[in-house]
Design a protein around this ligand. Structure first.
Ligand SMILES: CC(C)(COP(=O)(O)OP(=O)(O)OC[C@H]1O[C@@H](n2cnc3c(N)ncnc32)[C@H](O)[C@@H]1OP(=O)(O)O)[C@@H](O)C(=O)NCCC(=O)NCCS
Length: 169
């Protein structure tokens, strides 16, 4: 991606241990929005630090960061299950959305999941998350199921979730 419309150039690369603080900061920010991801505020920062550091070093996970002007502006994580499915999660900082960062992360994530031998990528998304649904469908993900009143939020609300999958084989 070049920078004329998007500001600084965005690059996607594997995360390193040096990114862990920024990755934890990203989840704290997006969780703080309260609408898009399963993780809710307040995030247990210390626990998250361990989880992210573990994922970055694991042979069973792929963690990518999108970087712009020296700042981490998005991430994508894939957990590789033994049975061949890669579970996907991703987020882009609010100020960077709608500029192709998510697409760049997802294109690379799909390539890397395939290269790691996964036969499928799976994810869940809130039905109100129109931007995420549009992005996943554009990359060929299909709606495979629907969980009704499934996830209890800290507010006590029960949220539905859409199950999506992308075959890689
Ligand atoms: C979902 C997310 C990762 C997408 O990242 P992004 O950098 O905005 O993605 P892109 O700019 O590459 O593409 C976003 C697409 O959503 C579309 N979009 C944005 N808002 C939309 C809306 N309200 N309704 C429908 N489509 C919408 C854009 O038009 C774009 O599609 P297009 O290129 O075909 O026009 C980002 O919105 C995000 O981080 N959201 C908060 C966290 C989150 O929801 N994570 C996923 C949880 S399952």
């Amino acid at each position: 991606m070049t920078g004329q419309e998007t500001g600084p150039e965005v690059t996607v690369r594997p995360a390193t241990l040096g990114d862990v603080d920024a990755l934890v900061g990203l989840v704290v920010e997006v969780a703080g929005e309260g609408r898009w991801i399963a993780t809710e505020a307040p995030v247990d920062v210390e626990e998250r630090h361990h989880t992210v550091a573990e994922a970055v070093q694991s042979d069973h996970a792929i963690v990518l960061v999108a970087q712009a002007g020296g700042e981490v502006v998005g991430d994508l994580g894939l957990h590789l299950a033994r049975y061949g499915v890669a579970d996907l999660g991703m987020a882009v900082l609010a100020g960077w959305r709608g500029r192709g960062v998510g697409s760049a992360l997802l294109a690379e994530g799909i390539d890397q999941a395939r290269a790691a031998g996964a036969h499928k990528i799976a994810l869940q998304v809130w039905p109100h998350n129109a931007a995420a649904l549009a992005l996943y469908e554009r990359f060929g993900f299909r709606r495979e199921g629907y969980l009704t009143r499934h996830y209890r939020r800290r507010s006590g609300e029960l949220w539905d979730a859409v199950i999506m999958g992308l075959p890689l084989d």
